[in-house]
Ligand binder design. Structure first.
Ligand code: ATP
Ligand code: MG
Length: 510
């Protein structure tokens, strides 16, 4: 007898429906065709054990399984369940009426229990698009799938339950989640008010968050750079529904969605260690997997100790930073992973760490400060809008001063500034924040009056700022003006923006 079941293959962050045809005939042997990888080929052993251990009948006949489309490689163990169900249906132990209405995915244990899989959200999106009635997936993944409206999603723990659902005598009800409801407010374990003093740094981070600017913090050890950067997500605006779906898809494919979790609700904060490889950072592998820059999509990529990262690794990040998407090419396929993130970097100013320290002497030889900075390539430095020098807070302030504003208060202002930008860039679908302006938009929205032009000209000359600083200063001024709800860029906005170009000064490090 021939039956069909349906599963999904993942390509990048999208799913493709896979038809699994099972035919049982007289004879003996087991054939699995349609470009399965080793994990899929091994499924025969798991399936036979699971079926017999649950007390069902495993047909020792000629079983041929064909997975279509045959030109897509099927990887992983998540096809165990649809294949097992196909075999049982072909052996006439399951009613076949409902089989073509459901996508079925799950990994089997030898005792017939079902283990979680990756990529449930993209699978559910595809199921909806292709007009399936629902999904039968491992219980831990069900809430994630149920985010997609209009699907019957069953979360199952054993194969018994799957058989019962398909035979129409199950006592489980489909899972429902209210993805569009308000849900709980994102909660963070950190808050800006934990940081004593450092008002100017907090201000710089507020500007960065408001305009989506990349920012670098430079300061001696223990000055609080890591501490400040970790609090960045707490002042970013909440994820929109579209952003949450995109981010969840990427995390889902990477297998990072927690058990029984639905949508990712907080902006990601990724802080890869400086020993990370190219593939780890931008993504890669035989079956392309998202890298850190994609896992940070719609959130923050924090690169602590920036000069310690291998230069080549930072180099591969340049193109995705520009395009906000990373393309990974393999012989048989090309995969795009979204990678729109805000980079926050931190570094010591020099090898000993104490250059510019208020109390301690820097022991580096002349020229070493500049040399240390040169470890970061020019083009990468070019993409950083705000340079912030962090000076340690004095001990007495650490013990006495209160932390100041909470993250929630700062976030309110950030959200307001983002609203202004949303309206401004309404006609440009790919631009959401000031940091993303191209030179035409800079000309259009960052017009300076005569006095401002003079301030900028003088500053460029006096501080010896490079030409590349020019556009950066204008974009940051635009954000500062937005934070002040000011239509035009005024001199104080410009002056503040000029302050954030420390590393461009020709006397830096000398
Ligand atoms: N302004 C501050 N308010 C409260 N605690 C602070 C402040 N600055 C530093 N600290 C304390 O000092 C510790 C060290 O800070 P942190 O690790 O952020 O320094 P860093 O600048 O990243 O240093 P390194 O260059 O060594 O990485 C923090 O965990 C925190 O306990
Ligand atoms: Mg640190």
């Amino acid at each position: 007898m021939l039956v069909k079941t349906f599963g999904c293959a993942l390509i990048g962050i999208d799913a493709i429906t896979v038809t699994i045809e099972v035919n049982i005939d007289r004879g003996i042997n087991f054939y699995l065709v349609g470009l399965p990888d080793n994990a899929v080929k091994e499924s025969q052993q798991r399936i036979e054990a699971a079926i017999t251990n649950l007390g069902y009948y495993y047909p020792h006949k000629r079983i041929v399984i064909n997975m279509a489309p045959a030109d897509i490689r099927k990887e992983g163990s998540a096809y165990d369940l649809p294949i097992a169900i196909g075999i049982m249906a072909a052996a006439e132990q399951i009613n076949t009426d409902l089989l073509e209405r459901f996508i079925i995915m799950g990994e089997l244990s030898l005792d017939g229990t079902i283990n979680p899989i990756k990529g449930t959200l993209p699978i559910a999106i595809k199921a909806k698009k292709d007009g399936f009635r629902g999904l039968i997936v491992p219980k831990e993944n069900a809430r994630e799938a149920a985010v997609v409206e209009g699907l019957e999603v069953y979360g199952v723990e054993t194969m018994h339950e799957v058989v019962a659902i398909l035979n129409g005598n199950a006592h489980i009800t489909p899972v429902a989640v209210d993805a569009y409801g308000d849900g709980p407010e994102p909660c963070y374990e950190y808050d800006f008010s934990d940081v004593k003093g450092q008002e100017n740094i907090k201000r710089a981070l507020e500007i960065a968050a408001a305009g989506g600017h990349n920012v670098i913090l430079i300061g001696p050890p223990g000055s609080g750079k890591t501490m400040l950067a970790k609090r960045m997500p707490t002042i970013l605006p909440p994820l929109t529904m579209a952003e949450a779906l995109e981010t969840t898809k990427i995390h889902s494919v990477a297998g990072l969605i927690g058990r029984n979790a639905a949508l990712v609700r907080t902006r990601p904060f990724r802080s890869p260690h400086h020993t990370i490889s190219d593939a780890g950072l931008v993504g890669g592998g035989t079956y392309p997997q998202p890298g850190e820059i994609s896992l940070a999509h719609n959130g923050v990529l924090f690169l602590d100790e920036l000069p310690e990262f291998k230069r080549t690794v930072l180099e591969v990040m340049r193109q995705p930073m520009e395009d906000r998407v990373v393309t990974i090419s393999r012989a048989k396929m090309t995969v795009d992973f979204p990678a729109s993130f805000m980079m926050v970097a931190a570094m010591n100013p020099c090898p000993c760490g104490y250059y510019n320290h208020p109390d301690k002497e820097c022991t580096c030889k002349p020229g070493m400060v500049q040399q240390y900075l040169n470890r970061i390539s020019g083009p990468l430095m070019d993409r950083i809008d705000l340079h912030v020098e962090v000076v340690p807070v004095a001990y007495k302030d650490l013990s006495s001063k209160s932390g100041g504003e909470s993250s929630a208060a700062v976030r309110e202002r950030v959200i307001k500034a983002r609203k202004i930008q949303e309206e401004r860039y309404a006609e440009y679908p790919t631009i959401h924040a000031n940091a993303q302006m191209n030179s035409q938009l800079i000309q259009k929205y960052c017009e300076l009056d005569e006095p401002c032009r003079n301030i900028l000209k003088n500053a460029m000359n006096r501080l010896g700022l490079s030409a590349r600083a020019y556009d950066r200063i204008l974009k940051v001024s635009r954000t500062i003006a937005d934070l002040a709800s000011s239509e035009c860029i005024q001199s104080e906005h410009l002056a503040e923006a000029i302050n954030y170009r420390s590393l461009d000064r020709d006397n830096w490090g000398s």
